[in-house]
Every structure is written in C-alpha cells, then in structure tokens.
Ligand binder design. Structure first.
Ligand code: ATP
Length: 564
C-alpha cells in the first residue's frame, strides 16, 4: 500500500548517499539495491528489519572508509541499533536527531574527530554508547538518560570535567581513561578549582596543563627510550596515518614503533623455536609496518624487517590490566600448538603497556578477502573444489584444537573468515586457523571486547567446541552463498532456513559456483550440513570429526575426477 511504500522509500533514499559515498570491503553499491526490507528479512547486507522498517544498521570491521554524509540517518526513523565499529571512518560523528527508538550506538575504533553531538543526550532510549578509540575532542555532554548502561569514551582527545550526572557516575575509569584532558571522578585527575569563565583563558589553562604533562612525561622517559617518547606523542597519528596509507595504497612503508618500556632491554621476544630465532626485538622495532586490519582485539601489521624477513604482528589493545603470568601462560599454550592447518606463532612480547604476538605471515590473505574483496577485475574466482578443500582444512585445524592432547582441547572461540588465512601453492589453496584461544585473557580482566558470535557466546557464556561448530556452520554458509554474515550470525542461518522452508531452490548459492556444471547436489548437501551445525541447541550440533567425514563424503576429489 501507499503508506508502506512511502516509508520504505524514505528509509531507502536516506541510505543511498551513504552507500554511494563510502568505500568498504563489501560491495555496498552492488548489494544495496531494491527494497531494503521484505517480510522482515533484509536483502541488504548489514541491515535488519522489523515490520518492514530498517531497525539495525551494522557494518563492522569491513574497512568502511570515508566521511558520513550529513544527516543521512534522519529518516531511518525506526533505527534501534547503529554499529560502525572497527572501521576507518573520519570526520564528525553522525547526527542522531529524531531517532527516538535508538538504543545502541557503537562507533568505536574509527578515526572520528570533532565533538560529541549534543543531540546524543536527547536519545530517550539510549542504553549503550561506545565511542572509544577515535580522535574525538571537546567535552562530554551531560548524559542523564537512566537507560544508559554501557558507556565508553576512552582513547580519545576529550577534555574538561566529566559531568557529575548520576548516570555518568555509574561508569568506571575504563570508560574515560586515555583522553588528553579529562578530569574529575572517576579519574584520578582533579579539575582546576574554579573553571575559568572565559573560553579563551580556558584554552590557555588547558594548554598549560598539557605542557606540564608533556614535560613530566618527557623528563621521565627521555633517558629510557626515544622510541617510547615517539610512541606516546604520535601513537594516534601513526594509526591514522597507517589507516590512510592502507587505503590510498601509496607509501605504505613506515617504522613500526611499537612501544617497549624496557630501558635496559632486559626483556626480549619470547621465541617458541629457540633453535632458530630469526630476529630480535631491536630488529622488530626497526621494521617497516603496514596495517593489515583492525580487529576486535587490536590491530595486525605486516612487518618487514631489514633482513627482508616478513612477519605478522598483532598488537593487543585494552589489555593493560593483564598480568605477565597470565599472558605468558596462555601464549605458551597457544604458541606450542603446531599443525599444518594452524598459523604458526613464532614469538610474543609482554610489557605493561604493550602486548605483541608475532605469527608467520600468510601471503594470500584471508578467506574473507578471497570471498568478498577484490571483486571485479583482479578477483581470483574460487571454484567449488577450492572452497570445499579449504573447509576441510578448517575442519582439520579445529579437530586438532578440539581433540589432540597437546592442545588441551582448546576451543577456537573466534572462528570467522578473517581468521582463516590462505596460502596458494599453484592451484591448491591451504587454509590455516589463527586468533584462537584468546578468550581466557579477555575473561580474566572482564573485558567488554566480544569475540565469537554464536548464540551462547552472545548470551555471555564461554566458547566451547559446540560454539565453534556453530561458527563453522556459518562459515559453510558464507562459503556457499558468498554473503557476509551480519552482526549476528543468526541472520544468515535464519535467512538460509527461510529459503529452505519456503521455496527451496538454488537461489541461495553464489552464482560463481552455480555456474559450474557439476557439484549442485554437493552444494545442497553442504547447505544441509551447515544447517545442522547452526542448530540452536548446542547438543544437537555434530562433532568436528563427524563433520569432516561428512565433508569427505560430500566431496571426494578422486571420485569426482573419475566421474568427470
Ligand atoms: N599471520 C597473518 N598473515 C597475514 N595476514 C594476517 C595474519 N594475521 C591476521 N591477518 C590479517 O590481518 C587482518 C586483521 O586481523 P585481526 O586478527 O587483527 O582482525 P580480525 O581477524 O578482523 O578480528 P579479530 O581481532 O576479532 O580476530 C585480517 O584481515 C587478517 O586476515
């Protein structure tokens, strides 16, 4: 009817300037076509609908780059969740006026600058606001929505007193620390006794405080390490530069500059294979670094050393309260796991402010990149055989983690396509798992970082073998449909179930594999297996060993060759 049509058109039209002005790892332009919502299902990636209205917009960790078009959300009236976390967005934070149903706003891990818009304090239903790890300046507005239970503005450049509203008092130091000039409770920084009335004087005072802090910091550390000083002053800039460099694809080389606060170099990298350390900490510090991507746990860099050796360095964020013992124990457990389908951890580094993990560098990128990026000319098509073989490798890696004694039966806990890395030798692709076993580190310091997205984990439970199986099912779906799972993995499996229940057809499969003459029967079997893995009841999901047998039954290259 006319009314519904108008609503949907308003919402769609509001998002078109956004679609057309942003760059990302996803092909938004190709995907966001037609109506965004139909029968409560969304055909647009990153969008969820209720009653034919857009209610969630979630585009996380997809290298979304650009400045948000002004007022682009104004007509998305029924929005309840907005998440652009862990992207490369710059410019001002979006205006959120009129969004009366908005509950969660996750914009952390970008390069947003400018102040927090005042309209945020008028969002009547706001329960979660996460703005940490940006370049936001100005003061914190006086939030007083009682509904607010999650709030984080740490790692920005905010200044001035933290307003002492009942609501903002609820949050601890972690919500506010690592800002250039914030003061007041709960931070351990007292505000000047009477705030100066004249804004220009205020500026001078802030400057003075800044200079004092700078001198104090500089005097304390100059004798120790020039690298640390550079790191303190330029950390943000480096990340920003690296982000820019990554996306302009020019001049990506720069010094790594990880901080090591060990003046006498008494601590060095811990190597697993002590027989053949190929570089030392000094060499790693001198390496040039290129950002490979930002994840929920930190940023990963490709580091090229003067010797020409290349490694992948993962630099953890928000782990400052983690003790050396906990970190070292877990790294030793993970790092000693060796298997052809596991990315090898070569060494790690711990200091109070810096935690690094160094892995072998896997040159052909992640499964995510192979499936969803470098589309068009230059995209390597992934044929059916390659896809099944890669999933068998993933299953073998998981079986090793779940079953072998040496692994002490570690659940992966963070299984997704960016954590599956691929090496091609000729036509054959080998898949390896990475980024597993970090959950205990997060749990021990009650980190709010969420990894793993199966339903139990989203409910706050620990990852298990069964939650890995769920994620494996989502991966199977991703591989056969070449669609990106949404913010909530259920979205994709619900969607596939929807297709199965109504008009079971080949529609769901990626055209690239459908175009192959053989294998359609196998694709259907694979979809069925994926549905079993994503069963909502964990006990009903198959074990990884059974899954591998099923995959081998579904596709045996020798038999296929004979038949073909
Ligand atoms: N050893 C490696 N060799 C090559 N590329 C890697 C390596 N490790 C990670 N990457 C790539 O670096 C990028 C960022 O990885 P990172 O682990 O920081 O984030 P993520 O996997 O997106 O999220 P999460 O932190 O939740 O695991 C990913 O695209 C990943 O494929």
């Amino acid at each position: 009817d006319v009314l519904t049509r108008e609503f949907y058109e308003d919402e769609r039209d509001a998002l078109i300037p956004f679609r057309d002005s942003m760059k990302s790892g996803l092909n938004l332009h190709g995907n966001w076509t037609g109506p965004p919502c139909r029968n409560n299902l969304s055909r647009w990636v990153g969008i969820a609908c209720t009653n034919s209205h857009i209610t969630r917009l979630t585009l996380e960790s997809i290298n979304l780059t650009g400045t948000l078009p002004a007022g682009f959300l104004q007509n998305v009236t029924f929005l309840s969740k907005l998440s652009f976390q862990n992207n490369l967005l710059t410019g001002n934070l979006p205006s959120l006026t009129n969004l009366m149903y908005l509950e969660s706003v996750f914009l952390s891990g970008n390069g947003f600058s400018g102040p927090i818009p005042l309209d945020y304090i008028n969002l009547p239903k706001l329960t979660a606001l996460e703005l940490q790890d940006n370049e936001i300046t100005g003061t914190i507005p006086s939030f007083d929505q009682n509904s607010l239970t999650t709030f984080n503005v740490s790692y920005n450049q905010l200044s001035g007193p933290i307003p002492d509203t009942k609501v903002l008092e609820r949050f601890s130091v972690g919500s506010y620390d690592h800002n250039s000039g914030l003061c007041g409770r709960p931070l351990d920084i007292q505000c000047p006794v009477s705030p100066p009335p004249d804004p220009s004087k205020h500026k001078k005072k802030a400057l003075k405080v800044g200079i004092v802090v700078l001198i104090a910091v500089a005097t304390a550390i100059i004798p120790f390490s020039v690298i640390l000083l550079l790191f303190c002053c330029h950390k943000k800039n480096q990340v920003k530069e690296a982000k820019k460099e990554e996306h302009s694809n020019e001049g990506i080389e720069k010094k790594a500059g990880w901080s090591t606060e060990d003046p006498g170099r008494t601590v060095d990298l811990e190597f697993f294979d002590k027989q053949k350390p190929v570089f030392d900490l000094d060499e790693l510090l001198r390496a040039s670094a290129e950002v490979l991507g930002k994840g929920s746990l930190g940023t990963t860099y490709k580091a090229t050393m003067e010797s020409g050796a290349i490694v992948a360095v993962k630099r953890f964020k928000e782990m400052n309260s983690l003790s050396k013992k906990e970190f070292v124990q877990q790294m030793q457990l993970i790092g000693n796991l060796k298997h052809p389908n596991i990315v090898e951890m070569t060494s790690f580094y711990y200091s109070k402010d810096e935690k690094l993990v160094i892995h072998e560098f896997i040159q052909d990128g992640s499964l995510f990149e192979l499936l969803h990026e470098s589309r068009g000319i230059g995209r390597i098509p992934l044929n059916w055989t390659t896809r099944v073989e890669m999933m068998k490798d993933v299953a073998k890696g998981l079986i090793f983690l779940h079953e072998s004694l040496s692994s002490q039966k570690v659940p992966h806990g963070n299984l997704k396509s960016t954590n599956i890395l691929i090496n091609f030798s000729g036509e054959t692709a080998h898949a390896k798992l990475t980024d597993f076993g970090y959950f205990p580190l997060l749990a021990s310091q009650k980190s709010k970082l969420a990894i793993g997205k199966c339903p139990e984990i989203m409910d706050g439970k620990k990852p298990t073998h069964k939650s890995d199986v769920y994620c494996f099912g989502v991966l199977l779906l991703e591989v056969i449909t070449r669609k990106v799972p949404g913010d909530n993995h259920e979205d994709l499996s619900d969607w596939v179930r929807g297709v199965v229940n109504t008009d079971w057809s080949m529609d769901i499969f990626d055209l690239e594999i459908l175009a192959e003459k053989e294998g359609h029967e196998e694709m259907l079997k694979m979809a069925k297996l994926a549905l079993e893995c994503t069963d909502i009841v964990p006990e009903r999901r198959p074990k990884m060993t059974q899954i591998l047998i099923r995959l081998e039954e579904i596709y045996d290259p020798k038999i296929s060759i004979e038949v073909g």
